[in-house]
Ligand binder design. Structure first.
Ligand SMILES: N[C@@H](CCC(=O)N[C@@H](CS)C(=O)NCC(=O)O)C(=O)O
Length: 203
């Protein structure tokens, strides 16, 4: 098994943290320098036509991209400890929060960063107005996350799940667009400290 990875990039960090929570270590990694476009080769396009990391390449050559799909593969092959739930209800709620976090928090943060910084202007056209709007969309997620964490220790209940990993990675990456949880989000701050204590935090 080989992980195509990149420093500072949130999506591969999701997978590294998921692996660490599962106690999976020693997975071979190939690191790309994304701003330099090392992910844009024809060879990598054969592994993921969207040319994004993470990609998990299995020993039989099958390549799985999309962090959520990699979560699923690792959950099925390493069920202990479960990070995607056990009961039907728990599985659905974790999936619901992970989708919410991706679509309403992580992707707007990505878009705001990419359009505002022009980091990938060699491969996309930055639109300054979209950077502002996407930041507003991401900012509007904080009250929802604060409310959820006021009722639960972790995003979905009393145990850490994949949704916490997606939330943590996004929360920390959002600094690049100057978005941070503040005093008005005491439960996000409490949960953030809890997540920082986990060994997977350094993955
Ligand atoms: N939906 C994808 C997103 C992957 C993604 O956007 N990866 C970024 C790094 S966080 C990337 O590879 N960017 C390089 C590029 O756009 O050229 C996933 O969940 O894996």
């Amino acid at each position: 098994m080989k992980l195509y990875d990149a420093d500072y990039a949130p999506s591969p960090r999701r997978v590294r943290m998921f692996m660490a929570e599962k106690g999976l270590s020693g997975v071979e990694t190939v690191k790309f320098d994304l701003p330099k476009g090392e992910n844009l080769s024809a060879e990598f396009a054969r592994k993921n036509p969207l040319q994004k990391v993470p990609v998990l390449e299995l020993d039989n050559g099958i390549c799985i991209s999309e962090a959520a799909a990699i979560y699923r593969y690792l959950e099925e092959t390493h069920p202990d400890k479960p990070l995607l739930g056990t009961s039907a209800e728990e599985k659905a709620l974790i999936e619901m929060w992970d989708r919410r976090l991706e679509f309403a928090f992580l992707y707007p943060v990505f878009q705001s960063f990419q359009h505002g910084s022009g980091i990938f202007k060699d491969r996309m056209t930055p639109v300054a107005e979209w950077a502002v709007e996407a930041r507003n969309i991401a900012a509007s997620f904080y009250p929802l996350l604060e409310e959820q964490l006021s009722h639960h220790t972790y995003v979905v209940g009393d145990n850490v799940t994949a949704a916490d990993i997606t939330a943590l990675v996004t929360l920390e990456f959002a600094k690049v667009i100057k978005l941070r949880a503040g005093e008005e989000h005491p439960n996000i701050l409490r949960w953030h400290e809890l997540m920082k204590q986990r060994p997977s935090y350094r993955a």
